[in-house]
Ligand binder design. Sequence first.
Ligand code: ATP
Ligand code: MG
Length: 268
Amino acid sequence: MTETAPATATMTPSTRDGSHHVLVVTDVTAGYGPVPIIHNVDLRAESARLVALIRPNGAGKSTLLKTIMGILVPRNGSIMLDDTPVHGLRPDQIVRAGIGYVPQVGDVFDHLTVAENLSVGGIIAKKSREAKREEVLTLFPVLAPRLKQRARTLSGGERRILAVARALMGSPKLVIMDEPSAGLSPRAMNLVWEHLEILRNDGLALLVVEQKAKAIMAIADWVYVLVDGRNALESSGETMLANVHDLGRIFMGQQLTLNTERVVPEGE
Ligand SMILES: Nc1ncnc2c1ncn2[C@@H]1O[C@H](COP(=O)(O)OP(=O)(O)OP(=O)(O)O)[C@@H](O)[C@H]1O
Ligand SMILES: [Mg+2]
């Protein structure tokens, strides 16, 4: 998958400024039954970059994340984490290999405190849990005064931040998030975005599925659009945002070009 306008290409096969490909998904087909939901999907995530996967509903975004996490086994294609194949591994093995997952539901344990949630996330920590917790609290100071608070009493934004912090306790190379802003007020959403940017600046690779397309385009380095389980479009967040008025038609299959971007017709 390539981008034809060099001026807008912020992610390339050979990376710039020290970032590197952490996740490379190639030609992946997967689904729940005999009929695949995602077809021959390609996707890349880089260190210190935020990659977003946006609308439309039912396109197969969550299915792709579940396939990356080993919840579904791909029928063909490869999923490489730092040049090591992870397709075919169990979800717990994939977490240990270095992918943190923040699902849309069930992201934290409601009845446990903030400290206990972090502790559960640290079961696979490569350094001592205490040291890792200090590191995570330094990144996300909003959690520090709330360690003894039960997760169910947190605000929506604080809860999502705890979910991300919990994923970080395993020292992942890549964090995958399914709709981090779901159900949040604009203020809470901003709090979550700010924390994603902190993680990116800290060198982590981020892959985020998001319904709030414009908001995520504004901060994403690279954006993918899947339509009917296939790669339909990809570009820098900036370019996608500048062409946002065309996206509705692309989602409906009415238009297959977006200025300088390469568009993959169905079936290719
Ligand atoms: N467990 C399942 N068993 C069978 N089909 C499923 C299952 N989960 C999802 N699907 C189907 O797979 C298709 C893609 O679903 P998926 O959840 O991946 O979409 P999505 O892009 O995440 O959508 P949304 O933006 O609404 O979350 C849908 O048609 C859905 O009905
Ligand atoms: Mg989904």
